[in-house]
Write a protein that binds this ligand. Structure first.
Ligand code: ADP
Length: 491
């Protein structure tokens, strides 16, 4: 079976969040399940520098303002690629969505409509004879693919089915109504039943309405999305399409995130020999200027600093954490007021609180390996990856009971601890009191070395790879293709 994935990010070439990790890792896992995948990605400068570009599989004289081509490409550690080479849209350094002023590029609608249109063209097959059986789009940047595909390939027997995955509904891809004709979209679909979202065009809604099947990145988020609290105005359409919506929990890249072989660490360790973790802990304390105290309860955060991530709650609960002899190591970027609040704490108590503002992949590994616990107090969390890194590194997750956090961590209640299946602390309600109580509960468990070690080991044994989830995607693909007669997979 051949699958064309479409996304705006792909690890290790371009990443602003978990989307990139998923798009980077899922194709490899699908290959093990016998699926051949190509990922279509914009040719940002960072991609062009690292990828070896090959032959053109599609060309456009004029794609939203300039000529463009789709090229085959390969890069170390990345899936098989197609890149949309459209310099007028993508030859811009830095963040894939934001200009130097920190604001969205004003032509983002053109940029990602171009990506979707290129996907629809590639779905018809290229000169190398590679024709996908199925198109799989990720998040709003790929949302228009199903719409363009319907006009590019009108015959249902020729048109591959489209799977659309919601990684985060909070990014709806909204643009003014005037962009509908500019993007060549059918005006008849600019209605609440089509891609209109309260008077604006939503790329996300286009994906939700026009794709054949919908997935999101955890079973709990799939349920939450159908409620006003989490659905962000899309709950109605998701309720209507509930029969077509499934939650498949993300896995993590078990090669990149592997304490047994992690080159970023000063010492490596495994479930059979944890001694290296103590060395990583000491090294982290030294690197960050924290007290070299082997008994301190060292917690970490690796996160975007936004409302979603609930770190303002942590700022409020910090005195509780520090009051029990805890230490905090935080790595992140985002809202200036949150950055300033944590930096202020670090300046006040530099031996107990260390804050690094920025994006640093290697430091994120050292923090997650060196800490005793990782805190993820998100207000909503479609899946979340850092709690799974925590599990794999014996760094006990303390998470809010929402989305993929609820689906990936087993709370250390009495029964679960007794049965040896607990892997972390799952708390609700997610407010300062709830988080304070969770931190105190974690502190008590930490003091019980046997119980804590039980959590660490159960977490490290928990399966967080892609195998099971890739199998679920493959079953979904099979089901969709089985409903198409006259077009055998791979034909
Ligand atoms: P989201 O996609 O909402 O940001 P996820 O938990 O799904 O949240 O994925 C975040 C990814 O980005 C993880 O791989 C995490 O390690 C990484 N990450 C977030 N902030 C930083 C940072 N400041 N430095 C390094 N990696 C980071």
């Amino acid at each position: 079976m051949r699958v064309l994935m479409v996304a705006s990010e792909c690890y290790p070439l371009v990443k602003t969040g978990g989307l990139a990790d998923v798009v980077g890792a899922l194709p490899g896992a699908l290959a093990e399940a016998g699926t051949e995948t190509r990922v279509l990605l914009p040719n940002y400068p960072g991609v062009a520098q690292r990828a070896a570009l090959g032959e053109a599989v599609a060309a456009f004289d004029h794609l939203f303002g300039g000529p463009a081509r789709v090229l085959r490409a390969q890069a170390d550690g990345a899936p098989e690629l197609l890149v949309l080479d459209a310099p007028h849209l993508f030859d811009r350094p830095g963040n894939p969505y934001l200009g130097p002023d920190g604001l969205d590029w004003p032509d983002n609608h053109l940029r990602f409509a171009a990506l979707a249109r290129a996907a629809a063209t590639c779905a018809a097959g290229g000169p190398d004879g590679w024709m996908p059986d199925l198109l799989h789009g990720h998040d709003w940047q790929a949302g228009l693919a199903a719409v363009y595909l319907a006009s590019a390939l009108p015959e249902p027997l020729v048109r591959p089915p489209v799977v659309f995955t919601v990684h985060n509904i909070a990014f709806p891809g909204l643009f003014p109504a005037e962009t509908v004709p500019e993007l060549g979209l059918p005006p008849s679909q600019f209605t609440p039943a089509g891609f209109e979202y309260y008077g604006q065009l939503s790329f996300m809604k286009a994906g939700l309405v026009f794709s054949d099947a919908l997935t999101t990145v955890s079973p709990t988020y799939a349920r939450e999305l159908r409620t006003p609290r989490f659905g962000m105005g899309f709950e109605g359409v998701l309720e209507q399409r509930q029969a077509d919506l499934i939650g498949i929990l993300n896995g993590i890249n078990e090669e990149t995130w592997n304490p047994v072989a992690d080159a970023a660490l000063s010492a490596r360790y495994s479930v059979d020999d944890l001694s290296g973790k103590a060395a990583d802990r000491a090294a982290l304390q030294a690197e960050l200027g924290l007290d070299q105290d082997p008994t301190a309860f060292l917690l970490c955060v690796v996160s975007r600093l936004t409302d979603q991530k609930g770190l303002d709650l942590l700022a409020d609960a910090l005195p509780t954490l520090l009051g029990t002899g805890g230490q905090l190591a935080l790595l992140g970027t985002g809202m200036p007021e949150l950055e300033a609040a944590f930096q202020h704490e670090a300046e006040t108590l530099p031996r107990r609180v260390a804050v690094r503002i920025g994006y640093d992949e290697a430091l994120s590994h050292r923090m997650i390996a060196g800490a005793d616990a990782i805190i993820v107090p998100s207000r909503f969390e479609p899946c979340g990856l850092t709690q799974m890194y925590g599990l794999r590194y014996g760094t006990v997750p303390i998470v809010a009971r929402t989305g993929g956090l609820a689906d990936s961590v087993v709370d250390a209640n009495e029964a679960a601890v007794h049965a040896g299946v607990a892997t972390g602390i799952v708390f609700d309600p997610n407010d300062p009191d709830g988080l304070r109580a969770a931190l105190l509960r974690a502190r008590m468990l930490f003091a019980d070395r046997t119980a804590w070690r039980g959590l660490m080991l159960a977490g490290m044994r928990h399966k967080v790879g892609w195998a099971r989830s890739a199998q679920r995607y493959r079953s979904l693909y099979d089901r969709l293709l089985a409903t198409r007669s006259g077009r055998a997979p791979g034909a």
